[in-house]
Design a protein around this ligand. Structure first.
Ligand code: ATP
Length: 365
């Protein structure tokens, strides 16, 4: 199994649109996936991610725009001529064929000779670590094993691009986590350009080189997992990708502080340049960036009261009332004692704060 990074081709979508009647499912979408990289299209139900993937696969025809794999334009080619591999949520294996026959199916269609077919099929069984299961039927395998067979079946024909449509959606939580490692590892070893569609933020963050967050037929933000998580550009991205505390404030008359409901808070956020006095800013602060007990010396500090405390295994989650802000905030704290122990009690009064560099200005849309 060679590492094929130098041979990997990029996938480029330019100005892709698709309407169903009057409803626009995809609106002039641009997306480029570098050769050998995995990009996740992440968004809520109905945002247009499946439609986008189906246009790449050739099951839907775009109203406008073009799709290229490397230098080749594939926009109007039928699905079987696009040189793509595809894996769906529901495996879609042939139930009456053995694992080996399922894997070899695409090779048989391509009229590859029996000896070569057997060799490539055995390579694939090695890759997915099911060497001894070639003669079994899909129903005799676990869900995770069936999904590995589906992956092998799509990879055996050496596709230039792999499309994954909610591939782990049917698996239970613990299996999903190990399959995330497994699929990502395989994708990186093979160096195959991959588009993953998912509504599961954890899956997108943990499997991708870059995450494209979609809403309403458009990509709102694309970046590395840490860029989209730590530096969300819009309120939607901050709230869809994890939990966030959102504040609306007004820039003070001198342009350097932020007026929150309780008054001016000089260091609520690091302002790279003076802002327009009176302008409204929206801030996002992640719950795990909030501090309880002691507030960072250079950041804002509020009096707060614990109104909810729950144990989440490896961390504790608090709901905290901040009277001066006239609202409740979420705070996550890593365990300082036994894992996930809850160290603040209900009704306890304490200080709450954050470091100014942990607050991000987001667009309110
Ligand atoms: P999900 O995660 O629920 O699959 P999605 O983000 O993949 O959602 P799409 O399936 O791409 O979203 O759908 C985008 C929009 O286009 C939705 O409003 C959907 O109702 C509409 N749509 C999709 N396919 C069709 C179709 N064949 N006919 C009519 N409308 C469609």
């Amino acid at each position: 199994m060679s590492t094929a990074l130098e041979k990997a081709t990029n996938l480029r979508l330019s100005g892709i649109s698709k309407s169903y009647g009057k409803a626009m499912a995809v609106r002039g979408l641009d997306l480029e996936i570098d050769g050998g990289h995995l990009v996740a299209l992440l968004g809520p139900s109905g945002c247009g991610k499946t439609t986008t993937l189906r246009m790449v696969a050739g099951f839907e025809r775009p109203d406008a725009g073009s799709i290229r794999i490397g230098a080749a334009e594939i926009t109007h080619l039928p699905p079987h001529r696009r040189n793509l591999g595809m894996v769906f949520q529901n495996y879609s294996l042939f139930p009456h064929r053995t694992v080996a026959e399922n894997i070899a199916f695409g090779l048989r269609m391509a009229k590859v000779g029996a000896a070569e077919r057997d060799r490539r099929c055995a390579d694939m069984l090695d890759l997915i670590q099911l060497q001894s299961r070639g003669d079994m039927y899909p129903a005799q395998l676990s869900g995770g094993q069936q999904q590995r067979v589906a992956l092998a079946r799509s990879l055996v024909v050496n596709p230039k691009v792999l499309l994954l449509d909610e591939p782990l959606g049917a698996l239970d939580k613990s299996l999903r986590e190990s399959m995330q490692f497994e699929i990502r590892g395989m994708q990186q070893r093979l160096g195959i350009t991959t588009l993953l569609v998912t509504h599961d933020q954890e899956e997108a963050l943990s499997m991708s080189d870059r995450v494209a967050v979609m809403s309403n037929g458009r990509i709102l933000q694309i970046g590395t997992p840490s860029e989209v998580y730590d530096r969300p550009q819009t309120r939607f991205v901050a709230e869809f990708l994890g939990t966030s505390n959102i504040f609306e404030g007004t820039v003070s008359p001198d342009g350097v502080a932020l007026m929150l409901p309780g008054g001016a808070v000089p260091a609520a956020v690091r302002l790279d340049r003076p802002q327009q006095p009176g302008a409204t800013l929206t801030l996002s602060v992640r719950p795990e960036r909030m501090t309880l007990g002691v507030a960072p010396a250079n950041g804002p500090q509020f009096e707060a009261r614990i109104t909810g405390a729950v144990f989440r295994g490896n961390y504790a989650a608090y709901q905290v009332d901040v009277p001066s802000l006239k609202r409740e905030l979420f705070v996550y704290r890593q365990a300082d004692g036994p894992l996930g122990s809850v160290s603040f009690g209900l009704g306890e009064e304490t200080a709450l704060g954050w470091a100014p560099e942990d607050a991000v200005i987001v667009r309110p849309e």
